[in-house]
Design a protein around this ligand. Sequence first.
Ligand code: PMP
Length: 404
Amino acid sequence: MIDVEKIRRDFPILGREVYGKPLVYFDNAATTQKPQCVIDAISEAYCNENANVHRGIHFLSQHATDLMESARDKVRQFIGAGSTEEIIFTRGTTESINLLASSFSSAFLKEGDEVIISGMEHHSNIVPWQIQSERYGFRIKVIPVLDNGELDLEAFKALVSDKTRLVSITHVSNVLGTVNPVSEIISLAHSHGIPVAVDGAQSVPHIKVNVQELGADFYAFSGHKIYGPTGIGVLYGRKELLEQMPPYQGGGEMIKRVTFEKTTYNELPYKFEAGTPDYVGSIALAKALDYVQGIGMDNIAAYESELCSYAIERLNGIPDMRIIGNAEHRSAVVSFLVGNIYPSDMGTLLDRLGIAVRTGHHCAEPLMDRLGIPGTVRASFAFYNTKHEIDSLAEGIERVKQMF
Ligand code: PMP
């Protein structure tokens, strides 16, 4: 199981104070803290391994290339992909979905076609499709969210038609914590020959993901939400589809041969990686994946689920507490409102007690509109959090309540 005190010692920042209080960091859905081994991997790369990758014949360049390519293989293994050709390094989930939307739309979408997303998407799985729909004229349809925070699967079935070309949905909601039944959604879409893209920003850090077992055609996630550095992320795509899709950006690395008359593109995955990649980020991300595998994804999921249930139980004991989202399957996120207290007031006052939570619309404004609320307070957990910290949150909320 999880030895949380030992784990906490791996994260230097968890030892610091804010406003003279021990830091209680409950903003893990926005970004996670970094273990020393990841920080050291970045430092080691710049101290001992740095040279631009792929083009060099000299020792260091080849060494850096080997490290980056073994990082790619680590990612492949971590998400259960079949080949490193299917692992594209990006800046993060947002860039992964923009790449997908731009390139997939160019290859496969035209006027009259439809793309299905859901009512609980992060803006990064809405706006890239809107931008492309203006260009290519396809329609975006939205799976409604039920009152308990689950997707309306009956409505989804009714949305699927012979015009549907892609379904793009989040695995886990960053607001409600809902774990969507992506396997079921994928089976249904596939039975109509429709590919499915999954936003894995909030799933990969918390539950074991195997893209082949899920049957996902595309899967996106961010390094910084899984204890890795900022500026690195991944788009997994099935080779057969990626091969039919045009490059996203042009430049170095993504070409085979350039003349003024005609340019031929590099093979996968380099066709989608224009310019100098964040190889240091890839190397440090691989270290982060090693670190979480060392703890074990099953252990992480079990411990975080226990934390989440404890948080819900503690918060439900507070009068005027309203927990937003009550899905049967949920991950390590709890959103709430207390009486008439504005989320930003609650967040600011909790911060003074050393408790970091996020407040606002969480980049999911359509979901806020659906729920009829302007925003929430969100506590999101990681395996280094403790029940004791959740007690501090509950006591903090009680104190803030007394001020109003
Ligand atoms: N999708 C979801 C569900 C998210 O929670 C986030 C980050 N809040 C993103 C996409 C975007 O991730 P990034 O900012 O790392 O690109």
